[in-house]
Each structure stands twice: as structure tokens, then as C-alpha cells.
Design a protein around this ligand. Structure first.
Ligand SMILES: Cc1cc2nc3c(=O)[nH]c(=O)nc-3n(C[C@H](O)[C@H](O)[C@H](O)COP(=O)(O)OP(=O)(O)OC[C@H]3O[C@@H](n4cnc5c(N)ncnc54)[C@H](O)[C@@H]3O)c2cc1C
Length: 442
């Protein structure tokens, strides 16, 4: 199959990372909608399904970089957080932080959004940009070929041969197998119930109730062969369960961070959960996928489009340079954020196991909020400005071509001036030498 006859870029997975990448590539790499295709295993988007995601400044910057209108549409589909609260099962407040501590930019304030609404906004923007999302197309196998292209085979038996494949296919990624082989994620032992209920919250913002004693977290009594009674926390927590419209159950899985996210040829590149599955405690999993997409698109612009001055050229050398810099930038960024998330999860567990630990932890939270305005563990995630980071690493002048031209002209003028001074000096010395020689002869 002729690779030129096929879209040049194929993205596996129309989740948060895959759709952000499709939009960012269209924006930054001069690719037309027809150059990019997204293949998704699901049959269609399901309205009203799933839970929520918290969006923080670092991920919102990626949306704004794609387009301010996209950011506005996402904001309009979500609900701003004002507060971040910690309290006990009985309703006693431990601490309350203002979410604006994470960013002072009004457009980048944290918000909560139902996952399907975020997906819908991204999907609508993707189709409006002319990028085709193929549903019911499960990727089974990805195989780089000797001629520098990549074969992608789908469950229905069809295949595509393309120049570059991005694996945004989540925790159980098939694309990852072409990079590091088969890898399983481990069940952390935590199961999460996620649901939606029409119950007003007394204060606007995200909150983390926690129990002081093990007795109050939840109790399940077997009362028959196929029957059990459960009792949970405080009345306030039961209302959303009682009035739940949708509930789904998810196991929380985890895996050690990968140290390779790209294939040797640089033509198969992983992003999002496919490269780094998070645990949900710090709420940065989707933000890391968005950052990956933002950084990748900017690096591709730099290496494959000569900083936006040439058409997209995914040659071996360009893709290898992109892939190497992507790994160099992303692994040291993502690894500590994911470690913080694991650490925060461990504290939650310990709080339920020991009243003494819980007391200490409550004190720590109070002090942190008093000293830092919020938990300091939240700040490095939100503060990351991916454009600045890319510029710092590879494209210090890309965004300011005028400045670049002015600087080059000034340098040229300086060099010409220096040349003139040198020439003048040389002539002056020559004249002086001749004059002295004539005087000596005289
Ligand atoms: C309970 C819970 C709460 C969370 N809360 C937050 C939060 O508050 N904030 C936050 O930032 N993150 C949160 N996360 C994490 C976040 O949801 C993920 O990190 C994020 O969705 C990753 O995006 P992704 O695009 O990499 O993967 P996904 O969003 O999982 O998308 C992967 C896509 O690929 C498709 N796919 C999979 N395999 C194939 C295949 N073989 N072929 C074709 N398509 C395929 C899937 O159907 C899916 O559409 C939470 C996660 C959990 C479990």
C-alpha cells in the first residue's frame, strides 16, 4: 500500500489525549483535516456516561493554545470550582482553600466537568476541523515497516499504512505493544463507584470527606446468600447515592512509569494513559494526557515543519528528533506528578486505618492551607506552562519571528560595523607604517 495515499498521521483512541492531539496537530503542523485520522474502538460517544474530571490550569493552557474558543466551550460545559474543602464524615470542616491559589488567570480557573461533556466538546471541535473519527475500529496490531511506514491492523480485518502513529488508547493500549511489548497494569485493590446525582452542594467546589475512625467509612453486612446491607458515613453522603441517575464501577489500576514512550524509529509515539496510567487522587491524569498532546504538537512543529515555515515532513531524522525530545521533556515531568498522586492515595488509606495518623494528617492539611493557601502538592501540576517549557528547550525564537529578524539584522549590522572598524584600522596601520618608513628613509 502506498503510504502517500493514506493519511499521514493516525491516532488510536478518541479519548481526551487523542482528540486534543488531533486538534493541536491541525493547529500547529499545517496538516489538513484529511491528513489526520482517529480510530476509536467504541461504537459512538455515549451521552450521560461516566464520571467527572477536574480540569486545572496546566491542561486548560493546552485547550487555549488550540483555540480560545475551544477553551470557552469547555468552560461553558463545566462548572468552576471556587473552594477545595476537606472535612470529616460528620460534616466538621478540617480546612477550606480557595481554588484560585492554583492560578491567578481568570480563564484558567479549575473546573469540574462531566467526562462525556468534555469528550463531546472535543469531538465536535475535531469534526468541525475536518478530522475524521472512525468509530467501531478497534486497533489490534501496530507494526513498523522497513520502508519507514507503519501498518495498523483493526479488529474488522482492515488495515492502514501510515507514516506516524500516536497511541492514545489508554490503560490497555495495543499501540504500546509496538513500543515496549505486552505489559499488564496491576489492580491497586481500590474500587471506585462513580455516579451522577441531582443533589445541590452547599459550597461550590471540590471536597474530600474523610473519616476519623475506621468505623465510619463504610460497613457491609452479609445478611443472606445474595444480600448485603451497607452503611456509609453521614447522611450528606447518602443523598447522592440515593438519588443517583447513573453509577459505574471502576477498578483503579496502576503500573510503574515506562522509560520508553516511543519506538526506535520514532514513528510510533505513546501519550496519555497508554504511556503513564495515573491513580486518580491528585486529579492530574487527563491533564498529563493534554500536556503530552500540547508538547508533541509543538515539537512536531519545530522539528517536522521547521518551526512553522515548511510543510509537515515526518522524515526519519525529524521524527527521531521529535521523539527523543518528547521523552526527554515528558518523562521527568510526568513521573513526579504520578508519584505525588500515589502518595496522596496512601495518606487517604492511612487516615482510614489510624485515628492517630488521621489527626496528624488533619493538622498537616490545616497548616498547609494556612501557609500555602492550598496543599502544596497541587501546585506543581497546575503551574506547568507547556509552551514556555517547549520554547525553553527547543524553540526560543519561534514565536517571535519579527524579533528574530530584527536580532539577525542587528547582528549583521554589528558584524559589518566590526568589519569596517577592522578595515579602517588595517588601512590606518598600513598608512602609519608607510609614513614611518618614509620618514626613516628621509
Ligand atoms: C476514577 C477516576 C477519576 C479520574 N479523575 C480525574 C480527574 O479528576 N482529573 C484528571 O485529570 N484525570 C482524572 N482521571 C484520569 C483520566 O481519566 C485519564 O488519565 C485520562 O482519561 C487519560 O486520557 P487518555 O486519552 O490517555 O485515555 P482515555 O481517556 O482512557 O481514552 C482512551 C481511548 O482509547 C480508546 N481505545 C482503547 N483501546 C483501543 C483500541 N485498541 N483501539 C481503538 N481505540 C481504543 C478508548 O475507548 C478511549 O476512548 C481519573 C481516572 C479515574 C479512573
Amino acid at each position: 500500500m502506498d503510504a502517500n495515499a493514506q493519511p499521514r498521521v493516525l491516532i488510536v483512541g478518541a479519548g481526551i489525549g487523542g482528540l486534543c492531539l488531533a486538534l493541536a496537530l491541525r493547529k500547529h503542523c499545517g496538516l489538513s483535516g484529511a491528513d489526520i485520522e482517529v480510530f476509536e474502538q467504541a461504537t459512538a460517544f455515549t451521552n450521560n456516561a461516566g464520571g467527572a474530571v477536574g480540569l486545572y490550569a496546566n491542561g486548560l493552557r493546552v485547550l487555549r493554545d488550540i483555540s480560545p474558543e475551544l477553551l470557552a466551550a469547555v468552560r461553558a460545559s463545566g462548572y468552576d470550582y471556587i473552594y477545595r474543602r476537606w472535612y470529616r464524615h460528620d460534616g466538621t470542616q478540617v480546612a477550606c482553600a480557595r481554588e484560585s491559589e492554583l492560578s491567578d488567570d481568570p480563564e484558567l480557573q479549575s473546573l469540574g466537568i462531566r467526562r462525556w461533556r468534555l469528550q463531546k466538546v472535543l469531538f465536535d471541535a475535531t469534526t468541525a476541523a475536518g478530522i475524521k473519527v472512525h468509530f467501531k475500529m478497534r486497533t489490534e496490531h501496530v507494526q513498523p515497516r522497513a520502508d519507514g511506514t507503519v501498518d495498523v491492523t483493526f479488529a474488522d480485518g482492515t488495515s492502514r499504512t501510515v507514516r506516524v502513529v500516536f497511541g492514545a488508547d489508554g490503560l490497555k493500549s495495543r499501540v504500546r505493544e509496538a513500543v515496549v511489548g505486552k505489559l499488564a497494569a496491576e489492580f491497586t485493590g481500590v474500587t471506585c463507584l462513580m455516579g451522577a446525582a441531582k443533589v445541590p452542594r452547599p459550597m461550590r467546589g471540590i471536597c474530600f470527606p474523610s473519616s476519623r475512625t475506621t468505623k465510619c467509612h463504610g460497613c457491609f453486612y452479609p445478611t443472606g446468600e445474595a444480600e448485603q446491607i451497607f452503611q456509609l458515613w453521614h447522611e450528606a453522603f447518602l443523598a447522592p447515592l440515593r438519588q443517583a441517575e447513573t453509577v459505574i464501577k471502576l477498578g483503579v489500576f496502576s503500573r510503574d512509569p515506562l522509560d520508553t514512550w516511543v519506538s526506535l524509529c520514532g514513528r510510533v509515539v505513546l501519550l496519555g494513559d497508554a504511556a503513564h496510567p495515573p491513580v486518580p487522587y491528585i486529579g492530574q491524569g487527563a491533564m498529563m494526557a493534554m500536556e503530552d498532546a500540547g508538547v508533541l504538537s509543538r515539537l512536531l512543529r519545530h522539528y517536522c515543519c521547521a518551526a512553522g515555515t515548511k510543510p509537515f515532513d515526518p522524515s526519519d531524522a525529524n521524527m527521531q528528533a521529535t521523539a527523543a525530545m518528547y521523552q526527554q521533556m515528558r518523562i521527568p515531568r510526568v513521573t513526579p506528578v504520578l508519584r505525588s498522586s500515589h502518595a496522596l492515595g496512601r495518606t487517604q488509606q492511612l487516615r482510614a486505618e489510624s485515628w492517630w495518623y488521621n489527626l496528624r494528617r488533619e493538622l498537616e492539611i490545616k497548616l498547609d492551607v494556612f501557609r500555602h493557601g492550598t496543599l502544596p502538592i497541587m501546585k506543581p501540576g497546575a503551574a506547568y506552562d507547556f509552551v514556555r517549557e517547549v520554547q525553553r528547550r527547543v524553540e526560543p525564537q519561534d514565536d517571535d519571528v519579527e524579533q528574530l529578524v530584527a536580532k539577525a539584522a542587528a547582528e549583521q549590522r554589528g558584524a559589518e560595523g566590526r568589519r569596517r572598524v577592522l578595515a579602517f584600522g588595517a588601512v590606518a596601520v598600513a598608512v602609519a607604517v608607510v609614513w614611518m618608513a618614509q620618514r626613516r628613509r628621509a
